[in-house]
Design a protein around this ligand. Sequence first.
Ligand code: PRP
Length: 175
Amino acid sequence: MSDLKVLFSRDQIAQRVAELAAAITRDFAGEQVIFVGVLKGASIFLSDLARAVQVDATFDFISVSSYGKGAVSSGEVQLIKDLDESVEGKNVILVEDILDTGLTLTYLKKLIAARQPRSLKLAALLDKISRRTEPIHADYTGFEIPDHFVVGYGMDHAERYRNLADICILPPEMF
Ligand code: PRP
């Protein structure tokens, strides 16, 4: 992995996740929350975030199709795997590894909001604001980043690198 440049080390990530968790703990004191992870990239962030909060929490996972990034984008998101449980009347925190164009979270926010949760918040570890095409922002954001291709801590290139502990920049010659 010597060609990968570390953007955020595991220690920096842990520190920021702890801060986000403290905010969630404060905002949902005495309440229950459901963390909804968007597969697969958010799985590691969800695992760390959920262990760092001090609220009564459950997990669920949802999966949507990639809409063709890199190639010609259809701009359409499709549901691959729905939630297992009802979210009606519940506090939902949608957890994403990265907010890019915003198409995925815009689609998921609408889908879940229609099911009448008590509250719906968005947590994104990384935010590539310069890439945004949809008017959406996260309630809990880890780091704003420039438009680099990032891998590690759940994020992949062709399914590789998800298990790196650091978040790294994949140089263009490795695409
Ligand atoms: C990534 C990421 C978000 C989405 C963000 O998922 O996990 O779900 O892209 O992009 P957007 O804001 O432009 O919609 P990806 O399709 O790479 O799937 P993965 O999580 O399984 O790696």
